[in-house]
Write a protein that binds this ligand. Structure first.
Ligand code: ARG
Length: 576
């Protein structure tokens, strides 16, 4: 695949320019497929390669031409040209198809994920912290975004060989539990709690909040409850554990529907004692200052003049959100010895993370390993029931709408599990709509647009995957190890091969920017190429050799499509 060709090109160029071929290889890129005409396969950017190595007076185009003249065609390289400051290469067509298809058959799941291009990336232990909803509060759309983006980042890192630890930092501490504890004795019902924990805790929380607004006594009893909780009062603690356990069980069920899992659910409560240790650490370093009203703060200003500072402890000694986050970061550094830690939250928490990383630096902890991936707001996500309160509501809505669309479409087949299939397609639609643009941008949510079966949607990807799959099921021709692919020379095959060559470059780009949109765009391209090929290259009615070669082609396209969809967090369907 790309490696074989990259290497062949790099070796020739290396002999001419006198640079190591590994260095040359890093400057070679696959040329994106052009819709209208066939382009060469690879380009070598002369500027990035020859920086400081050649005569500075000549322009890039001349440099490229000079280099191109010194190169010769061989059994791999069939044409050499020059375009826009790059030397371009076309490789042997028969070899192209054979090498790419063979590589996919051979590598399966890891196709494009263990290439030389990606080998420059450090294999690090990676923590990804995502989702992190607050118990008893709304699971808002921001939490959904965090869940799917974090899952994507974790999948991507894992796919290229990193050890990944997935953490859900639950909001399971703080005054809301004081209120909940107090509220439960008035509004709570054990039966309802068991039957529908998230809903019931949310209801109790809403009611007690309303009541607390009018009644000081309730507020002080909530504080009292929280104090007991912080002191570890057994009865109070057991009620809290009960709420927490039931909530996690319920969350895990819904995450499973979404195809998401976590290795660890240690939330804020886990760090209540450790945050006292952090405060001690800050005190020992002499950087914890106390304000007039008794709040403990850290000076974050350049000039040490308190023009910018952050509170880390309340006057009554209880910890704050940032204190627990500091404790969690330090604890994870010690426990996991990670190479990098990635936090995924909406952009409103950008300052929070900047300040937290800065305090870690002040404490002498290597915060350079910590990254925050912020994302924008989703506007207008509503379900038929109204505002989104639980993750389950969104999934139910996506499934219901998709089931309806499937029933209306005449092409739909009799399915074994229509609801399950509809759910997987609906989730794909949500993910693609969310991943299309830069993560930091806000966007307007639209069910109808997301669920369209044509255009660049998740439904289209699922549809393409299912269609390629049913092709396999129709004509199962065993294993393909000796398939002769020399008959696969149609333009639609060649374009698809060129596109498949570029997969690792797209993965690299996603890793560099931690953005899924490159992969989404790439898969839409692959889906459209596959559709054209599917329309123009019939399997049935072709000679046995041609049929077999085409089947191999379609099967391998389906493999790459399916694997990449899984990285995005989509569960590919095989029938729809
Ligand atoms: N529970 C928080 C919220 O809903 C998100 C937690 C983000 N992670 C963190 N380490 N602070 O806003």
């Amino acid at each position: 695949m790309a490696c074989l060709f990259r290497r062949a090109i790099a070796e020739q160029v290396s002999r001419v320019v006198g640079l190591p071929s590994e260095t040359v290889a890093q400057s070679i890129r696959v040329i994106p497929v052009h819709r209208k005409h066939e382009s060469p396969d690879f380009q070598l950017f002369v500027n990035s390669l020859l920086d400081g190595h050649s005569d500075p007076t000549s322009n890039i185009h001349e440099k490229a031409e000079k280099l191109a003249k010194k190169l010769t065609r061989d059994s791999v390289i069939s044409e050499i040209g020059v375009a826009r400051g790059a030397v371009t290469f076309k490789v042997n067509r028969e070899l192209l198809t054979k090498a790419v298809l063979h590589k996919i058959s051979q590598d399966g799941q890891s196709y494009g994920l263990n290439t030389e291009l990606l080998s420059v990336l450090p294999k690090r232990k990676t923590i990804v912290e995502y989702s992190s909803p607050n118990i008893a509060k709304k699971f808002h759309v921001g939490h959904l975004r965090s869940t799917i983006i974090g899952n994507f980042i974790a999948n991507l890192k894992e796919a290229v060989g990193n050890e990944v630890i997935r953490i859900n930092y639950l909001g399971d501490w703080g005054l809301q539990f004081g209120l909940l504890g107090t509220g439960f004795s008035t509004f709570g019902c054990e039966k309802e709690l068991e039957a529908n924990p998230l809903q019931h805790l949310f209801d109790v929380y809403v009611k007690i909040n309303e009541a607390a607004e009018k009644d000081d006594a309730i507020r002080s009893s909530a504080k009292e409850f929280l104090k007991k909780l912080e002191e570890g009062h057994p009865q109070v603690l057991s009620l809290w554990t009960h709420f927490r356990d039931l909530s996690i069980q319920e969350y895990a069920k819904v995450y499973k529907r979404l195809g998401v899992h976590f290795d660890d659910y240690s939330g804020e409560s886990f760090y209540k004692e450790k945050s006292q240790e952090v405060l001690q650490l800050l005190k020992n370093k002499g950087i914890l200052k106390t304000t007039e009203n008794g709040t403990g703060v850290i000076d974050l200003s350049e000039g040490q003049d308190f023009s910018s500072y952050k509170a880390v402890v309340r006057s009554d000694g209880t910890s704050l959100y940032i204190t627990r986050d500091l404790a969690a970061a330090i604890d994870r550094m010690d426990t996991y010895r990670f190479g990098e830690m990635i936090y995924v939250t909406d952009k409103s928490q950008q300052t929070h993370f900047q300040q937290m990383f800065k305090i870690l630096e002040i404490l002498g902890k290597d915060a350079g390993r910590c990254y925050h991936v912020p994302f924008g707001l989703v506007k207008g996500m509503k379900t038929r029931k109204g505002d989104v309160i639980f993750l389950e509501d969104v999934l139910d809505e996506a499934r219901a709408r998709m089931l309806q669309n499937m029933a209306a479409a005449e092409t739909s087949k009799e399915l074994e599990d229509p609801a399950g299939t509809a759910e997987k397609i609906g989730i794909a639609a949500l993910i693609v709509q969310d991943f299309k643009g830069p993560l930091l941008s806000d966007y307007q949510f639209d069910w109808d647009r997301a669920l369209q079966s044509y255009g660049d949607t998740g439904v289209f990807l699922q549809y393409t995957h299912a269609r390629l799959n049913s092709l396999q099921a129709l004509c199962d021709m065993g294993d393909y190890t000796d398939t002769d692919t020399s008959c696969l020379q149609e333009p639609s095959v060649i374009s698809t091969m060129q596109h498949l060559l570029r997969y690792d470059e797209v993965v690299l780009k996603c890793l560099e920017d931690l953005q899924p949109r490159y992969l989404v765009t790439y898969l839409m391209g692959l889906g459209h190429l596959a559709s054209v090929a599917h329309r123009t290259l019939p399997v049935k009615g072709s000679t046995p050799e041609v049929a077999l070669a085409r089947l191999l082609f379609f099967r391998n396209v389906q493999k790459v499509l399916g694997n990449a969809m899984k990285i995005l967090g989509i569960m590919p369907v095989t029938n729809m």
